[in-house]
Ligand binder design. Structure first.
Ligand code: 2AM
Ligand code: CA
Length: 285
């Protein structure tokens, strides 16, 4: 409708400005806490860590978003009980939301805890279930990846473009090992076993959001992972789409917020990667 479009056009810029501002502020704060936090909780399993920094970052982002948009809904990793069932429930509860902010306050918490400089803040805004703004910020490299629906994806003011590989053989791909050792880990291991011999190399660096930003920036040809949550991916999916890439679930179906098993690529290697994962029984379905 014309009125809806006009509202979106008027507020689109400030949505993005708020997303950038909150991600950047949270990222700077997180970086200042590197090596200087003391409370470490075990969440879902001994491999799933959460620090006071995750919680502080999320409440900082939530406060800033609600200052600007008090009526918007908010889905953040730290506001949801651990485990896949609770994630699905939280997302379902938000399914009627008009504007929904989807936030991972520290993506790559294990890296943060160990001082391994590959973690990020991921902030996305969905309008009626469709991501319209996506921002991923890497405070260690001071890199801010930004996408607006229909308006492109940018890094340091320059448009981002996915890479051009069309064969796995020429590709650098990434995947990840989420904390779920029982269900997701064996499947992700099967995937790595199948894909590693077929590609130039595989990277497993520990932040799904940042891996997806790297696909958008053309630094990785593709990424897949089993067992992710909406907040790990929402911003990254728009970055990749707006940079000319492709996102589906591991069965090749279109991306939506409830997807947990994802393939995100430059487009050129998408079908081949999907076929290989399916052949290896590594789609998680
Ligand atoms: P996190 O650091 O925000 O938890 C690494 O493979 C990726 O998996 C990271 O993006 C990490 O995000 C995510 N991850 C870690 N534990 C997870 C869990 N229990 N469920 C889903 N994703 C998880
Ligand atoms: Ca997190």
């Amino acid at each position: 409708m014309a009125a809806d479009n006009a509202t979106y056009a008027l507020s689109g810029k400030s949505f993005t400005a708020v997303a950038i501002n909150t991600a950047a502020k949270a990222g700077e704060w997180i970086k200042s806490k590197l090596g200087d936090f003391n409370k470490l909780d075990l969440k879902y399993s001994p491999h799933d860590l959460v620090t006071e920094v995750d919680k502080g970052s999320e409440s900082l982002i939530r406060r800033l978003v609600h200052t600007h948009f008090p009526h918007h809904s908010f889905l953040g990793e730290e506001g949801v009980e651990p485990g896949p069932a609770a994630s699905a429930r939280a997302l379902a509860q938000m399914s009627g939301a008009e504007y929904l902010w989807i936030v991972d306050p520290v993506d790559g918490t294990t890296n943060f805890v160990h001082g391994f400089p590959f973690f990020s803040v991921s902030v996305a805004l969905a309008y009626r279930g469709e991501v319209i703004v996506g921002v991923v910020y890497d405070p260690c490299r001071d890199e801010l990846f930004v996408a607006e629906k229909g308006k492109g994806a940018y890094l340091k003011g320059k448009p981002m473009r996915v890479s051009g590989e069309t064969r796995l053989l020429d590709s650098l791909v990434a995947t990840g090992f989420p904390a779920d050792r029982d269900y997701a880990l064996p499947i992700n291991m099967d995937g790595v076993r199948a894909i590693a011999p077929k590609v130039r190399n595989v990277r497993i660096a520990g932040s799904a959001a940042l891996h997806m930003a790297y696909v958008a920036a053309g630094r990785l040809s593709g990424f897949w992972e089993i067992g992710l949550n909406a907040w790990d991916m929402a911003a990254g999916t728009l970055l990749i789409e707006e940079a000319g890439g492709r996102i589906t679930d591991t069965a090749g179906r279109p991306y939506e917020l409830a997807v947990r098993n994802v393939i995100a690529t430059n487009g050129g290697i998408h079908d081949e990667l999907q076929r290989e994962l399916a052949q290896a029984n590594a789609t998680g379905f």
